[in-house]
Design a protein around this ligand. Structure first.
Ligand code: PGA
Length: 250
């Protein structure tokens, strides 16, 4: 099945009204007419700015986290319905920084995934092993456990409306990219795991790679049969780099 590639920027906690304004305009111009789907996931306060700058373009916008709760006394949290209100298409759930710094367990991530879907958002589910885990040869077990938590809570059909991002933690922000072969091996394993539940969902599932993807390595990574795009951190803050990665997604 032909899967349209998706390149999503994860701005993390970067930006200001002034710098975003230039970045959003440059991204909008830089990716106009490309065949890949493109999105930027911005900090919450800038969602309205992203909407204003990107409306009517081929760039979607989204957030980097979401509450697992619908509404209520959860000071500081932001619900999926609020993100939908701001026109978000995507929301990242389970990023390794949320898992490691903010205690997002597999169960919490699955609940956030479900909350996102219920509000019509497309969750980008991040999974991936740490360096220790890779060196202990438990990559398969870790990635499968993270995926299975979502399958158990939401069912395989839910994955048909979502995106998965394989982000080896040791490659995030380190400049140390997984080789295309290393990444492909895990992407194939993820697809096989989903195929055990539903071959059709597996065939249509977009699995992004994230972790130091740059203009210089994007094409080779995304040429792998099971790599359907990228989740881009650092390089998403430089419009020319981000546009070059999007152009490599063919
Ligand atoms: P990076 O971040 O591209 O800076 O490695 C990727 C991510 O954390 O999503």
């Amino acid at each position: 099945m032909a899967r349209t590639k998706l390149v999503a920027g994860n701005w993390k906690m970067h930006g200001s009204l002034a710098t975003n304004s230039a970045l959003l305009q440059d991204v909008r111009k830089g990716v106009a007419g490309l065949t890949a789907d493109v999105a930027v996931c911005v900090p919450y306060p800038y969602l309205d700015q992203a909407r204003g700058a990107l409306l009517g373009s081929n760039v979607a916008w989204g957030a980097q986290d979401v509450s697992e709760h619908v509404q209520g006394a959860y000071t500081g949290e932001v619900s999926a319905a609020m993100l939908a209100d701001f026109g978000c298409r995507y929301v990242i759930v389970g990023h390794s920084e949320r898992r490691s710094f903010y205690g997002d367990t597999d169960a919490v991530v699955a609940a956030k995934f479900e909350a996102a879907l219920k509000s019509g958002l497309v969750p980008i589910l991040c999974i991936g092993e740490t360096l220790d885990e890779r060196e202990s040869n438990v990559t398969t077990a870790v990635v499968t456990r993270q995926l299975d938590a979502v399958l158990a809570r939401c069912g395989v059909a839910a994955l048909g409306q979502a995106v998965v991002a394989y982000e080896p933690v040791w490659a995030i922000g380190t400049g140390r990219t997984a080789s295309p072969e290393q990444a492909q091996e895990v992407h194939a394993l993820i697809r096989q795991r989903v195929a055990r539940e539903d071959a059709g969902v597996a065939a249509g599932l977009r699995i992004l790679y994230g972790g130091s993807m740059k203009p210089g390595n994007a094409r080779e990574l995304m040429a792998q049969p099971d790599i359907d795009g990228g989740l881009i951190g650092g390089a998403a803050l430089v419009a020319t780099d981000f546009a070059a990665i999007c152009a490599a997604a063919v």
